[in-house]
Design a protein around this ligand. Structure first.
Ligand code: SAM
Length: 282
């Protein structure tokens, strides 16, 4: 009989992944961290009983939270990642040669250390890139205190329980906006609206009050089960109006090879199903 990991995220629904080999199971200073091997998803990272990322499908999530805002912006030089301890987000941001500096603020040094050791394909060398500055701190405290400004801010958080809860508050979003340059873009992971509609509704209510262009776009990621995931989008600039032609030329100029992101997918991701449109509109 094989062992199974049963996700502990929703009260009345759970997904299971077969554990072929348990590679790590321990408590960091902040969270219970497990890494195991699954035949379909490769190595799987879980925190406090919730799947965070897998070797096989992380490209979808990471490509869509990086290339969408960076290519829509068109001249992003300074990028802030909040969370992102597995290094996958930094990996994708740093593929843009035009990005000069990335600050990554992760609360849990344990996630970074264990990901480097057990999930090296996630960061793929990003932690050794001299453009990356890793700060071990609470992302909410960081945006409240820093004098630095960023063209793109990516919130790669856990769900709004435990240390991630603070990253879904109006105080945090307001302070994050304060750290954006003119025309800067804030993007966020906002869960799967079919399963976690309240999570998206809460962020959208705050974004509507904060940004001239507030909404979300979607991507379907197999291990975030229950339908497409919502990725929050907020800016006072015009990046949301970027045309397909402009995206195509910026994407070609960036010379990046992707497995999910394409300029057409970028544009299509902002076309929302009715049930998500209703949540965004409030
Ligand atoms: N993609 C995943 C998902 O949606 O399930 C989440 C990725 S995981 C890299 C999220 C990271 O956010 C974790 O490493 C966690 O330690 C970090 N985190 C949680 N709360 C934080 C906070 N307040 N400040 C900074 N990082 C935080």
């Amino acid at each position: 009989m094989s062992d199974w990991f049963r996700e502990d995220l929703h009260a009345d629904y759970s997904q299971g992944l077969r554990i072929d080999e348990l590679l790590y199971d321990s408590k960091t200073e902040h969270q219970r961290l497990r890494v195991f091997q699954n035949p379909t998803f490769g190595r799987v990272l879980t925190l406090d009983g919730v799947v965070q990322t897998t070797e096989a499908d992380n490209f979808i999530y990471h490509e869509m939270l990086t290339h969408v805002p960076i290519l829509a912006h068109g001249a992003a030089k300074r990028v802030l990642i909040i969370g992102g301890g597995d290094g996958g987000m930094a990996r994708e941001v740093l593929r843009h040669a035009s990005v000069e500096h990335v600050t990554m603020v992760e609360i849990d040094a344990g996630v970074v250390e264990f990901s480097k050791q057990y999930l090296p394909t996630l960061s793929a060398g990003a932690f050794d890139d001299p453009r990356l500055e890793l700060v071990i701190a609470d992302g909410a405290a960081f945006v409240a205190e820093t004098e630095a400004r960023f063209d793109v801010i990516i919130v790669d958080s856990t769900d709004p329980v435990g240390p991630g809860e603070v990253l879904f508050t109006d105080t945090f979003y307001g302070k994050a906006k304060r750290c954006l340059t003119q025309g800067g873009i804030l993007v966020t992971q906002n869960g799967v609206p079919f399963m976690q509609g309240d999570e998206l509704a809460g962020t959208m209510r705050i974004f509507r009050g904060l940004f001239a262009d507030a909404g979300c776009y979607i991507a379907t990621i197999p291990t975030y089960a229950g339908g497409p995931m919502a990725l929050g989008w907020g800016t006072d600039g015009a990046a949301g109006e970027v045309t397909l032609e402009t995206l195509e030329s910026r994407f070609a100029a960036a010379g990046i090879e992707t497995d999910y992101y394409t300029p057409a997918v970028h544009k299509a991701a902002f076309a929302l199903p009715g049930y998500i449109q209703k949540i965004v509109a409030g």
